[in-house]
Design a binder for this molecule. Structure first.
Ligand code: FUL
Length: 450
């Protein structure tokens, strides 16, 4: 979606004379690959699609899962039209219904009416994603309102067995998503009661993450506390204007953090000079709910609203995880498909031509071949060397003087500045006004929004 041609800009041109040593926490290889994805999809699909609920209780009859025209290829093609590079499927949501024929429970697609119990949504979607060049990730809800074992140690073994199936039977998995919503009332094999777990200790997260690493070493792991990606602390799809790639989560009570027990707001900002590189993933649904509801067909976000979220997520150093829920046919609704396509076109048209591509660059001053009008500036740090810049300003040469047209803080993997009104100039200058180490920028690009 975004051309990386401009990354070739020489570092000395941006004021960097020798390769400096890394500063602070730096991204791992798998995180660097993840940073390139920028926009990808969530698919929320389960029995809830057929019961019109957001959280199934766990007592749903598996036979109600029966999409009439399920077409994984069509779903992936629609996501691809939005420029998405990965798709994450809710293989099991809180209701416990498994979208693949698991050996770990009978509460699965094998007991559904769909394809007489012979179907496998995980297989069809992972195959379709790969066939169209998208990566595939799995969401497996830790909270399981169907399982009689939930709350006991045996459930943790079952959760890991489910993870093992997903991570060994469906090829390359690029992301594993552990939800923070945990514990409460549910069916639990007929007990119909409230079960609370100790968020710190119950799941034994470090052991589960080790399992993921051993089975899919390239996969990034998401949770409220990482280890690779952090929750941004809201479900509205945006990071804070100042947003650091590093993060040290803090527990709700100010003590040790755990999935489901962190101070959400801190995820929005991250931690300057935090001990770990843990960039924010900004999740949001294209509709009010995470699952498809007929009543929400008229409330699909517009391409311009999605573009706005792009600036506030990708443009603040994170990624946009946009949920697009399949409907009862097993297709994306026409309204959603149109919004995806429109969003993809806006991004492609806006970022196709870097207006600074042919600039003459000297000491952070970009001399453009001619007077140019732009309203977007994209900056990137060379993040392999850590997050170094604390604040910067951008100036345009106008009427014989330098006019400052933007002031901002964090950069990281990507910072998008959208000016209130278009700027016209033939010279643009970047001034880093505060940095923890010598700045190491890898890009300054100019665009005009479509
Ligand atoms: C939350 C869940 O409770 C929602 O149903 C949804 O899956 C969202 C992405 O995460 O914690």
């Amino acid at each position: 979606m975004l051309s990386r041609r401009s990354l070739l800009m020489s570092l000395p041109a941006l004021g960097l004379r020798a390769q400096p040593s890394p500063y602070g926490a730096v991204p791992s290889k798998r995180q660097l690959r993840w940073h390139e994805l920028e926009v990808y999809a969530f698919l929320h699909f389960t029995v809830n699609t057929f019961t019109d609920k957001e959280w199934g209780y766990g007592d749903e009859d598996p036979s109600i899962f029966n999409p009439t025209q399920f077409d994984a290829g069509a779903i992936v093609a629609a996501l691809k039209s939005a420029g998405m590079r990965q798709v994450i499927l809710t293989c099991k949501h809180h209701d416990g219904f498994c979208l693949w024929p698991t050996k770990t429970t009978e509460h699965s697609i094998a007991r559904s009416s769909w394809r007489k119990g012979q179907g496998d949504v995980v297989k069809e979607l992972s195959d379709a994603a790969r066939a169209q060049g998208l990566r595939f990730g799995v969401y497996l809800s830790p909270w399981d309102r169907n399982s009689a074992l939930y709350g006991k140690p045996a459930y943790v073994a079952l959760y890991r067995a489910q993870l093992r199936e997903l991570l060994t039977q469906y090829g390359h998995i690029s992301e594993v998503w552990h939800d923070g919503a945990n514990g409460g009332d549910g069916y639990y094999g007929g007990a119909r009661e409230k079960r609370l777990i100790d968020k710190q200790t119950y799941y034994g997260w470090p052991e589960t993450w080790d399992l993921v690493r051993s089975l899919q070493p390239d996969a990034v792991i998401f949770s409220d506390v990482g280890p690779d990606l952090r929750w941004v602390g809201n479900e509205k799809g945006y990071a804070n204007d100042t947003c650091w790639e590093t993060y040290d989560p803090v527990g709700l009570d100010g003590g040790a953090p755990a999935p489901g027990s962190t101070q959400d707001k801190l995820g929005q900002t991250g931690t300057r000079n935090g001990s770990r590189w843990m960039p924010p993933e900004c999740d949001v649904s294209i509709r009010p709910g995470w699952f498809w509801h007929a009543a929400e067909n008229s409330q699909v976000k517009t391409p311009r609203q999605l573009l706005d979220l792009y600036y506030r997520s990708v443009g603040r150093g994170g990624a946009l995880l946009l949920n697009v829920p399949p409907d009862r046919r097993g297709l994306l609704h026409e309204q959603d498909v149109a919004a995806l396509k429109g969003f993809g076109a806006l991004i492609a048209d806006t970022f196709r031509d870097n207006l600074a591509a042919h600039a003459h660059v000297q000491d952070s001053v970009f001399t453009l071949p001619r007077e140019t009008t732009f309203n977007i500036v994209r900056l990137r740090e060379k993040i392999e060397l850590g997050q170094r810049v604390d604040a910067f300003e951008l100036d345009a040469w106008q009427g014989g003087i330098w006019n400052t047209f933007a002031r901002a803080t964090s950069v990281g993997a990507c910072r998008l500045i959208r000016t209130a009104t278009p700027v016209t100039s033939n010279r643009v200058r970047l001034r880093v006004t505060q940095s923890a180490a010598s700045p190491a920028m890898s890009e300054l690009a100019l665009f005009r929004e479509a």
